[in-house]
Ligand binder design. Sequence first.
Ligand code: FE2
Length: 442
Amino acid sequence: MTELTSTHQRFAKENGIELENVGPLSTEQFAAELERVVNNDDVPYPIEPAKREPYLTAFHTGVPFSIGEFSDETVDLKQFTNSQTYSQYSFEEHLSWACLVAQQQKTKHQFACREYLAGEALFEIGAAMIPNYYLLNARIFQQTGWQLATVSEIIPAELFFTCHSRRFFPVTTFMRPLGTDYLEEPDIGHDVAGHVATFTIPAVANVMQHHGKARDLIYDQRERALTGVDDPEEIAAIKAKADQLLTYAGRIYWFTVEFGLVMQDGEVRDFGAGILSSPGETKYSIEDHESNRILIDPNLDADLLRLANTDYLISEFQKTYFVSESFDLLDSITPQRILEASQRAMSLPDFTWREIVPGDRVLNVGTIATSVNEKYYRLMAGQEMDQCLRRTAIRNLAMYRDGFDGELLNQFRVAPPDPPQKSLKWFDANRDELTAMLPSLG
Ligand SMILES: [Fe+2]
């Protein structure tokens, strides 16, 4: 028996939720719905008849949901393998979901793009119970060909993108505490209530899968480079390069799939799951004057490079958002272009998440905006600065000192200015101390 507390009542009231509606359907109701959905042939991706019965049997015999089995693909999640034991969610967790989704709905309906809202309606995300992954996985597969794979925590980028290349989306199984708006660690409120609707937007689903395919290209290169190599240092360097390329590729994913915005009917609208899972950030990303908003055409290599060379932090609301001119243009982000942008970005100076960069098409100059060279001055003067500014300044100063192909700077829309001479001299005098800081700056 659930014990209702005044906190439960307060949250329910604040979010317009009827407490008696919170919580799962009865097993019978649920089983009937699952059976109806699994056997539905009037969908873009009908489930193969031979795969229906085993799925229903697994549900009826109480096997916790772990990974979708409707396609011919699978993925080994190794130590991150997890499963959803649906009966273990408490009333408070269902209520936390219901409250979060109710808050999200208000901001989503105000600021999300049309396609996102249409996707949500398909999956009945708005219900007052945590989604059961058996049902949700079947619905997602039927509409998009994607499936769910449950994971225990944030997984390494390599595995994350491997899932994407096979159209699996890794999802956690825990729900954030009641009343939490933004958290760094993804939960069901992010993975499901934020992401799932985006799979129905073909351009976004393609960007996701193309990141998976870019990972495959990067790892093919890595395997070829490792062939016949015995020297441990050389092996480590080859592996580190592949990891670094994934980091740069991950930035393109971050600024599109997670934190992307799009122009729609002359207005800026959200589609990024990281934004839309946080009601606070949804409003902030469009209405607040604090952050920069920059218009991009992902079809242009210079604009893709702008994303790949922009560093960010995950600990707070974003400081710069990139607004795609249209969804159609996102389709130009192919695996090959992700790879090429990542390769170039590795050899170029980074920008921080606060910078307005020469050549940017600026929709909003945030109150936090800085110039390209401000990070060097702040570092030199020992002024307060966040970790993104600090690590970018140190990384870039080392790069300018060690020399790189200056011609590559022309790959940007406009070549950024060199760091001030005095900051380079100051860096020379303090190099060991500064570069020693880098690992602790993430
Ligand atoms: Fe995410």
